[in-house]
Design a protein around this ligand. Structure first.
Ligand code: 6GU
Length: 300
């Protein structure tokens, strides 16, 4: 998969792509990336990229022309005619890094262009899976009060928010999306690690009883993803100050461990994300554990 990120501050993004698991994915050739500085596509002497808002109002907006040229150079194509306001594209600057310098991805599929904005559709795991199946994502980071609507109309396939709060710019949101997506690209992370985590709509069935092998009691969340939050986990030492690892986890009694984990998942989900439980579809075993939790007095 190729990931192009268009930004006025690409240096915010650079470290992420050069570190840790992403670094390895790039080295393995699973991910290539291109950090595009939108300012390089401004044509005036001062590389101006923002202007006042038509109709009045506070703040500045990103101008359509530099952004449109940056998008075209990255392989995005306008839904309308070739952009009239962009007859003289600036020379393509050297890419910040990653391999491919040319626009599109290796395959013939057209890129998917995503604009990060607090007024977009809230990102979830199902969307991350959907994006992970693309060959080429182009992410647009907004600054100031946002971008000209005509860029959205002509180029943007998805407007995505990362939650109900406001960030000062789109870069951090873009990194959140990149992180959620690239780790789902086959080969980046071991399959078992993915299956065990919160929101993986993986292991169905949801029996807390006879867990087959080391399958965790993750509940099927249906098409849209969410299920239960993860259970608490511990590593050595068994005693950390006065705090001990729960006995059941060293009991060797697999069925009890599975049941304990499911109960803790339910306890945590009830406390932090009760709306996930309200979706229904919990098996009898889970309902029984929920009743136990409510009689213990605590999270209700
Ligand atoms: Cl995608 N961008 C900005 N600027 N703020 C946000 C956001 C995105 N998602 C939530 N808040």
């Amino acid at each position: 998969m190729k990931i192009s990120v268009l930004s006025l501050f690409p240096e915010i993004l650079k470290g992420f792509f050069e570190s840790s698991i992403m670094k390895r994915a790039v080295e393995k050739g699973l991910i290539s990336y291109d950090l595009v500085n939108i300012r390089d596509f401004a044509t005036d002497r001062h590389h101006k990229c923002d202007d006042e808002v038509y109709g009045g109002g506070a703040g500045m907006l990103m101008m359509p022309a530099p952004l449109g040229r940056a998008l075209e150079a990255s392989g995005a194509r306008s839904r309308f005619e070739a952009p009239a306001s962009a007859p003289d594209p600036a020379p393509m600057p050297a890419p910040e890094s990653g391999e491919a310098a040319e626009g599109g991805a290796a395959s013939g599929r057209s890129p998917r262009t995503i604009f990060l904005t607090p007024s977009g559709r809230p990102l979830n795991q199902a969307m991350a899976r959907d994006f992970a199946a693309e060959d080429h994502l182009i992410l647009v980071c907004g600054h100031y009060e946002g971008i000209d609507q005509r860029i959205i109309d002509a180029y943007v396939d998805d407007e995505v928010s990362i939650g109900d709060y406001v960030l000062s710019s789109g870069e951090v949101a873009a990194l959140v999306l990149v992180d959620a997506v690239y780790r789902l690209v086959p080969g980046v992370i071991k399959g078992e690690s993915l299956a065990e985590e919160s929101f993986s709509a993986h292991a169905g069935g949801a029996s807390a009883g006879e867990g087959a092998g080391s399958e965790p009691p993750v509940l099927e969340g249906g098409a849209s993803g969410p299920c239960l939050l993860e259970y608490p986990q511990y590593t050595r030492p068994a005693d950390y100050g006065r705090m001990k690892v729960p006995d059941v986890l060293s009991s060797g009694h697999h069925a009890k461990i599975v049941r304990w984990r499911l109960k803790e998942q339910l306890r945590k989900t009830l406390a932090y994300r009760p709306e996930l439980l309200a979706k229904g579809g919990l098996p009898e075993e889970a309902l029984k554990l929920l009743r136990e939790i409510s009689t213990e007095g605590g999270d209700t």
